[in-house]
Design a protein. Sequence first.
Length: 251
Amino acid sequence: MKLTIIGTGKMAEAIIQGAIVYHDIEVAGRDSAKLAALVTRYPKIKSAGGFENSFDIEGKNLIFCVKPYALESVSSHFTGEANALLSVLAGTSLSSLKKHIKAKSYVRTMPNLAASHQKSMTTVFGDETFKKEAMLICESIGTALWLSSEKEIDIATAVAGSGPAFLALVAEALSDGAVKEGLKREDAYTLVRGLFEGFSPLLNEKHPAIIKDEVMSPGGTTAAGYAALEEGKVRDGLIKAISKAYEKAKG
């Protein structure tokens, strides 16, 4: 499928890295230097140019990948009607997208930076007329989940979209804890990377509570550490983080 990515930022590049294997990609952006750099790094993609004056979107499958605040300023340069618009703009409703960009089908998506490794957990919602194609696109960068309402994609944004930052905090804190007790920094990071890599298959097979119960033996090291996490209200903090991110996502 031919895709036109609008944007040259980190999320746009992550999508390019993952989707380039399966799709014919062209990229458009306001920053000519960033656009040229992307084309240099990924010779298989093409530059669709900038949109200083106008940008024809007629018949294109757009992946709209700019900052939410730039929706109006960027879309003001568009002419024509896109075949489909896939938006990755957090907290930007379908009605707002329809107001600014003309397309036959509209879909909201929320991938994350793991798209660069085809490991994104991407949530999707929008017009059923483009559901099959949207899922194929999103599955080319990882796992995709079609949700049943627009409210759900705002909630999912807090988990799938913001989640890597929350997990990065956990990874960094675990590493810092090991260093505090005397482990070399490089070794601490190696341990944490291995921990996260091995945890994913376990989570695919078992409920988190079961994994916890299987690791935690009575009076053992895990039980002592887990009690400290509860004392520090780590669980409460993560739940509140999702709530705050959701509030921001829904605007």
